[in-house]
Design a protein around this ligand. Structure first.
Ligand SMILES: O=C(O)[C@H](O)COP(=O)(O)O
Length: 251
């Protein structure tokens, strides 16, 4: 039975400061490194091993994967780094603290930008230093393909082909797959895997550095999902979710 594990990166420095991160390249905080290593220990205790890892190109995801492979003594794990697994692009909100954004735009607007599936935050403009830095950081990608700000739906549409063209075929080929990404790129993957509608997609949440394990059938229809919380002496604790049949929304 194909097994897929999704992990959101560990806590970050900007997260500590309550800043919108998006495509901004904030590193893990000390706590983030610690929780990423704990996630790896939890995976080891659950006897999970991988044949390939897919990772976003943002530093916080790559550092999380580094912590996991070091802790699991799996440094030779093949890794595919794909910018399409990056976080949803937060446009002009990137680096701004949530309180500052609310002070400028009002709470209702900020809530809509965060959780309305189709709301697009203000886009980065050509002369914005954040855009210029992004174009330099992704110099190998045609800049017309790079987002300047995305809705949750835009990000999900960007992520979908990574599942359909890369992760799905790897699973069908019998590979055990680990994905290290972000709230909204994982939201996009969960939308495909669990067949979520817009409302359920927008409501989707995943905690930092808590592995989510899907058991899939050979058609990649999920049979169960589990959030693997820390172990301690009691051993690994699972929160198992019985998935409803496709089309009935999120369990
Ligand atoms: O990009 C970010 O800052 C977060 O990963 C997601 O932020 P949100 O929960 O405010 O959408």
């Amino acid at each position: 039975m194909p097994t897929l594990v999704l992990i959101r990166h560990g806590a970050t420095r900007w997260g500590q400061e309550n800043r919108f991160a998006g495509w901004g390249d904030t590193p893990l905080s000390v706590a983030g490194w610690t929780e990423a290593r704990k996630a790896a220990q939890t995976l080891r205790r659950a006897n999970l091993e991988f044949d390939v890892a897919y990772c976003s190109r943002l530093l916080r995801a790559r550092e999380t994967l580094e912590a996991i492979t070091e802790t699991m003594a799996a440094e030779t794990l093949p890794v595919v780094v794909d910018w399409r697994l990056n976080e949803r692009h937060y446009g002009q909100l990137q680096e701004v603290t949530r309180p500052a954004a609310i002070a400028e735009h009002g709470n209702a607007q900020v809530v809509a930008w965060r959780r309305d599936y189709h709301a697009v935050p203000p886009l980065l403009e050509d002369d914005d230093p954040r855009w210029l830095e992004q174009v330099a950081r992704f110099a190998d990608i045609d800049p017309t393909r790079l987002p300047r700000g995305e809705s949750l739906g835009d990000a999900a549409a960007r992520v979908r082909p990574v599942f359909e063209e890369e992760i799905g075929p790897a699973l069908k080929a019998g590979k055990r797959v680990l994905v290290v990404a972000h709230t909204s790129s994982i939201r996009g993957l969960a939308r495909v895997i669990e067949n979520l509608d817009d409302e359920a997609s927008a409501a989707f949440r995943i905690a930092t550095a808590i592995p989510r394990i899907y058991q899939l059938d050979d058609d990649l229809t999920p049979q169960s999902s589990q959030d693997l919380a820390g172990g301690g002496r009691a051993g690994v604790r699972y929160w198992a979710n019985k998935l409803k049949p496709r089309g009935l929304g999120r369990f």
